[in-house]
Ligand binder design. Sequence first.
Ligand SMILES: NC(=O)c1ccc[n+]([C@@H]2O[C@H](COP(=O)([O-])OP(=O)(O)OC[C@H]3O[C@@H](n4cnc5c(N)ncnc54)[C@H](OP(=O)(O)O)[C@@H]3O)[C@@H](O)[C@H]2O)c1
Length: 331
Amino acid sequence: MSLIVPAKTKRVYLSKRPIEGIEKDTFVSETTYVKQPGPDEVVVRVDIVSLDPAMRGWIRDVRSYTPPVKIGETMRAGALGTVLTNGKTLKKGDIVQGYLGWTEYSTIKEKFLEKVVAPPGANPVDFLGPLGMIGMTAYFGILYVGKIKPGQTVVVSGAAGATGSLVCQIAKIKGAKVIGIAGAEDKCRWLVEDLGIDKAYNYNEQGWHSRFKREVGYLDVFFDNVGGSILDFMLTRLNLNARIVLCGTISEYNSSKPRGLQNYQTLTAMRASIQGFIVFDFTNDYPKAVADMAQWIQEGKLKRKYHIESGLENCPRYLQMLFRGENRGKL
Ligand SMILES: NC(=O)c1ccc[n+]([C@@H]2O[C@H](COP(=O)([O-])OP(=O)(O)OC[C@H]3O[C@@H](n4cnc5c(N)ncnc54)[C@H](OP(=O)(O)O)[C@@H]3O)[C@@H](O)[C@H]2O)c1
């Protein structure tokens, strides 16, 4: 691929805040000029963008862990790219990660970029998976917040997704009994047959609650990616001192009025806890986590699946796949 800076770039920007799900006029794509780099900037060709459920939150004008994307602003997105101009530390041809956004080319300060070099057995794309934000979420969520111990029963919702599938594998590496919850039969099969977890339940199948009660009974740690009715059911399944790791609540992201929980009184009876976290809380410990993840990749203990689509202007449509369970792996 050419390392020449073109005159123009396509970008997709936020045009209107949706009330519930993303709509046709939520985002607009346009062609504009590539900005000339300033003294502390480089031009980066955006090669691959990460699509994340959190993006639905970033376009909501509410108080959160990061400011909302503004109307007219290029949609924020973690991405991998190739540097096209020499900077002070980065050189033409370097592969970098950063919040490059939904754009073909980005002119950005070097300090917001990190050069990536894939460790043995890994690829640069793994910096959008186990070696990047998603991997850090899985690692710190299950180990630092969930504090799992060998032999404990760990249940993971959204288990076949990007975060969930890594959580399942880390929990297995640490000697837990791992139960996955996912929305399709093929996802459940992949979890058991390829990732080697102990059991998986398809929440779209009739009678899964009764089978779960009979076959699993109670849990020590629930790593929750989805919230809503699955969280409510798991509240009835807590062992003494159980911990719920509230990583995300994707089932409610498109809803203007999330439903309330019914079964939270078990938290008192079981002396259980429920704790939310944001991956950026653990940045100081990222190097240790990346080293562990890289080692597990090299040892063949961490499998990754990527779901790759093409066409920048189609990002709004692809993003919605996450809310319909249409992705197979990290989107
Ligand atoms: N706290 C943090 O710092 C942090 C960081 C990163 C991600 N997260 C959260 O982690 C979760 C997973 O993110 P990801 O990037 O790994 O996405 P992902 O799991 O790869 O994709 C999202 C999955 O969510 C499931 N889902 C969608 N709607 C659902 C519903 N109504 N009920 C149940 N499941 C539903 C779908 O799988 P099924 O087919 O199984 O339904 C879908 O494939 C999200 O909640 C995200 O916000 C949190």
